[in-house]
Design a protein around this ligand. Structure first.
Ligand code: DGJ
Length: 725
């Protein structure tokens, strides 16, 4: 529920368990009052602290800058005395850069508007507050949007900036959210990584000054996920306060926290101001991407479950989102570039015999691509490799009884390609410089409409040519050489954002033309695993590291925010191609079960004993997947923390079923049985596990006995079924 208490000048946004409160000083300045456990009353303006520092500009014009220096502005700007992290900077035609936003009015309504060209949360059961602020000098109207969804402790925030003046201005910084938090001992939690080591949880104390995470790579990146949480010191899975923010965007971002002279903490998030200048002519509107805030007063676990619910119900749109995904086999780790029709059909036949449902043909089927140094942009089937053509292959795969999926990397161009030879200016490049390559490739300039159209048509032509059910959309290098021979000089600062909008537009177009398509996004593994992408694809390839033990950490970090149904996870061959580690086939299967599940190996070549396990693994997938994708997720123990074992649990919404996955990473001599305390069960009801019966309360307080196992990397899945009363 959203309300405005006019008498107290208080806006109060309530979710099931939280309140987000803003108030007005002098009826002009919008301040942040409170975010936390739900409050009942609206007599809250005292929290703005104006009785302690009684010098609003109306009361004491001689101290306006001091007021700006400590007032908790809801949407802070630069240049007029608020010296903390800001959200908005505007350069006017005279070159000056300040903005002062004065409250003008508000609207409260049912529903939630879409964000022009951008992914965003949605939902009929939503309610929205718009607060309008203006700067009469710079000629700006800033609208702050706040939306909430029935039953979810989450808040979606976004901003539009409209030029209501008569001169063209340049936006040099537009962040999407700011949150002021009262003094306390807090830590910053983020998801850090690199290629093949994505989203490791990273926690550090928040001290004085600014700290945070960012990317300027044009992808959200392997290095930092666009997620940040300010957590009270000592926060655990079930204890502590959490203020979390997640950016619904897939390109450059900044997320900073700053502890100031008064020990207040400000946390901001938005498009990174580096490489960003947006020309805003009179009448134009700029829309900033959305931030999804979650508050939990009961630790990280509740935050996780809230994000999972919001994304499952209010972000992912694909018709696949609640459907069981086909068990696929991808030929990347099986063959890399070395395959042909016959090889793929061999894999498909053996896969079918073992219960696999879809073949995905990865990189290397087009142009003359035999390695990663050519042909991106030439989306024409290589018929020397795929003898008989693509349609023949797809039809044969269907005849065998499997669905068919295909790989693309649409945003890229190889210098060694017919496309580049014909259009060298279609790659991003800066005048007078040779553009830098990464993985032997350049980035297409998608700000040029004819390039985006050409690439879309090339891809669509392939998709129209055969009955293709799945697309893996890859992206394998960061953006550099940010220059476009298409855009005028005063719009070169728009390239990064325009590039992202073009990718979103292409995916939107593709899904419109092929609405049944199962789209998986991918970026050198998991470099674009962000909410922006989940709006288009219900799943994302999580990491090029398919080692089951490395995946425990990668998937723990990913599951902290993103639903299990979105996490691309496959069983691969051993020794693992990225770590050289050898793990039991069964453990690889159990770990992949907490994601989309599939295979990434040459099924014709693995050992007979491993192959024999596949039907049983698929049976487990079919049995547990409905619970895995819809249930509540509890992180019980973390191998990243204890360096010993990992354990997580999923409980159905009605608490009747649960599964617990336990992985013993390192065996110990003279080990004793462990008793692991479970979560989320019905305390006064009984659960059957194997032959044994336990009360929910006992399992949660005293623990589930885990037998001693011999050997490293051993996994177990326990199935719990509630007994009728
Ligand atoms: C990176 C992806 O993460 C891999 O799965 C594979 O598709 C390669 N690209 C292909 O080049």
């Amino acid at each position: 529920m959203i309300q405005f208490d006019e008498k107290n000048s208080i806006f109060k946004i309530d979710t099931a368990g939280s309140s987000y409160v803003m108030g007005l000083a002098d009826n002009e300045y919008l301040g942040h009052v409170y975010y936390g456990e739900k409050l009942s009353d609206t007599r809250l303006s005292y929290l703005l602290g104006m009785d302690v520092n009684p010098f609003t500009p109306k009361q004491k014009i001689g101290e306006k800058v001091s007021f700006m220096d400590c007032f908790p502005l809801e949407y802070p700007t630069q240049g007029l005395g608020d010296f903390r992290e800001s959200c908005l900077a505007v350069r006017r035609s005279n070159g000056q850069e300040q903005a002062e936003l004065i409250y003008k009015g508000y609207k409260i309504y049912k529903g939630k508007p879409t964000l022009a060209g951008l992914p965003a949360t949605w939902g009929e059961d939503s309610e929205t507050l718009e607060i309008i602020l203006t700067d009469a000098v710079a000629g700006l109207k800033v609208t702050l949007f706040y939306s909430v969804f029935e039953g979810m402790d989450a808040l979606a925030k976004s901003v539009t900036i409209e030029n209501i003046g008569e001169e063209t201005v340049y936006l040099t910084k537009v962040l999407s959210s700011s949150l002021d938090i009262r003094p306390g001992s807090y830590e910053l939690l983020s998801l850090h990584g690199s290629w093949a080591r994505e989203r490791h949880m990273n926690r550090r104390e928040i001290g004085y000054g600014s700290m945070g995470i960012e990317t300027c790579r044009g992808i959200s990146g392997h290095q930092e996920n666009p997620f940040l949480a300010v957590v009270s010191e000592g926060t655990t899975q079930s204890y502590g306060e959490v203020y979390a923010m997640n950016f619904v965007y897939s390109s450059n971002f900044t997320a900073k926290v700053q502890k100031n002279q008064f020990d207040h903490i400000r946390a901001v998030m938005g498009i990174h101001p580096e490489h960003f200048t947006w020309k805003l002519s009179p009448g134009e509107v700029f829309t900033a991407p959305e931030v999804v805030l979650v508050y939990s007063g009961e630790g990280l676990g509740k935050m996780t479950r809230t994000y999972h619910e919001v994304y499952r119900n209010h972000l992912i749109r694909s018709e696949w989102k609640d459907k069981m995904r086909p068990v696929l086999i991808n030929n990347w780790e099986a063959t890399y570039f070395n395959f042909n029709t016959e090889k793929l059909l061999d894999i498909a036949r053996t896969a079918k015999e073992h219960g696999i449902e879809m073949l995905v043909m990865d990189d290397g089927w087009f142009g003359y691509r035999e390695s990663d140094n050519s042909s991106l942009g030439d989306w024409i089937v290589n018929e020397e490799k795929l003898q008989g053509g693509l349609k023949y292959l797809v039809d044969e795969v269907h005849r065998i009884g499997l669905k068919f999926g295909i790989w693309f990397e649409p945003e890229m161009i190889s210098p060694d390609s017919d496309l580049y030879r014909a259009h060298p200016d279609w790659a991003l490049h800066c005048e007078g410089r040779v553009p830098g390559q990464a993985r032997n490739q350049l980035v297409l300039d998608l700000t040029r409409p004819e390039v985006a159209d050409y690439i879309y048509d090339s891809i669509a032509t392939i998709l129209r040519s055969a009955d293709i059910e799945y697309v893996k959309w890859d992206m394998n290098r960061p953006l550099s050489d940010i220059g476009s021979s298409y855009l005028p000089s005063d719009q070169q600062g728009e390239i990064m954002h325009r590039q992202m909008l073009a990718v979103y537009h292409m995916q939107e177009r593709m899904l419109k033309e092929f609405p049944k398509l199962l789209l998986e996004n991918c970026s050198g593994g998991g470099a674009r695993f962000d909410p922006g992408m989940l709006y288009f694809s219900p799943q994302f390839w999580c990491s090029d590291d398919t080692d089951a033990i490395e995946r425990l950490i990668i998937q723990e970090g990913t599951q902290l925010v993103y639903p299990l149904s979105t996490i691309g996870a496959h069983v691969s061959d051993c020794p693992n191609h990225t770590t050289g580690r050898v793990t039991p086939f069964s453990t690889r299967g159990d770990v992949a079960l907490s994601g989309t599940f599939g295979y990434e190996l040459d099924i014709t070549k693995i050992s007979e004993s491993d192959r024999k396990e596949i039907p049983g693994q698929i049976e487990k997938f079919k049995k547990y997947n409905p619970l895995i994708v819809s249930g509540d997720y509890y992180r019980i123990a973390s191998y990243q923390d204890n360096h010993d074992y990992d354990c997580y649990q999923i409980v159905s919404k009605d608490k009747k079923k649960s599964i617990v996955t336990f992985v013993q990473v390192h065996a110990k001599p003279n080990a004793k049985k462990r008793y692991i305390r479970l979560c989320g069960l019905q305390p006064d009801l009984y659960y059957q596990i194997g032959e044994e019966i336990y009360m929910g309360d006992t399992l949660m307080k005293a623990g589930l006995p885990i037998p001693v196992v011999f050997g490293d990397y051993k996994s177990m899945i326990f199935e719990l079924n509630q007994l009728n009363k």
